[in-house]
Design a protein around this ligand. Sequence first.
Ligand SMILES: Nc1ncnc2c1ncn2[C@@H]1O[C@H](COP(=O)(O)OP(=O)(O)OP(=O)(O)O)[C@@H](O)[C@H]1O
Ligand SMILES: [Mg+2]
Length: 232
Amino acid sequence: MSELLNLDLVRFAWEAKTDVLNIPSFSISNGQHTFIMGPSGCGKSTLLNLIGGVVVPQHGKVILNGVNTTQLRPSHRDRIRADTTGFIFQQFNLVPYLSAYENVLLPCQFSQARAENAIDQAGSAKRAADQLLLGFFADNVPDFNRPVAKLSVGQQQRVAAARALIGNPALIIADEPTSALDQDNRLRFMSLLLREADRRGSTLLFVSHDPTLADQFPKVCNMRQINQVPMR
Ligand SMILES: Nc1ncnc2c1ncn2[C@@H]1O[C@H](COP(=O)(O)OP(=O)(O)OP(=O)(O)O)[C@@H](O)[C@H]1O
Ligand SMILES: [Mg+2]
């Protein structure tokens, strides 16, 4: 399997104070969906921000799809992030006054590569958004033209997942997006997410403090194994 992500001797501190992360080595192969577990405050979101190039480490390399993103100009790093990663945030970060369609289409405005992938796959970006939304909603389809603020939390989560997957980014980064759901819905969401990622050749990196979600993943890691900074 080819390498999708490699962290090498990475150290990171917010505002350059004490290290939050000290990671000698961590890697993910293409197709190797990965679950990272760890308690609140141990640095999971910080790690995802590093991987996505939202922040850069004080030391070490983050190699995403063969590119060391730590050495790029910020604008170049932003472009790599838009092309290569789809984020599903803890609070979804949908644009509330835009519709489900408009939210799902946003990554195609920021990334030419993802717009082209969506068009290749479905004929148009709009059709790609439609297929993704239908894949996530199956039998219970709301009006995708209404502002997303009017959807339930579970429905917003599905819109956020569709947005992350449009245009087949190599890496889907999910930051505990299931915490607002009950257990049945959590498991259903996970299997939909894994199915859609597989269909599109995207690899899922999912972080959570909830170990019951780990079963569905081929690779499961604990922050304790990855990060040398001791947990408080
Ligand atoms: N933007 C920031 N500025 C300064 N410190 C931060 C920032 N974000 C996080 N931290 C600090 O970094 C440490 C790790 O936080 P992080 O958000 O990565 O944890 P987490 O594992 O994602 O927690 P949770 O499970 O609660 O989401 C904490 O001590 C936190 O206070
Ligand atoms: Mg977090």
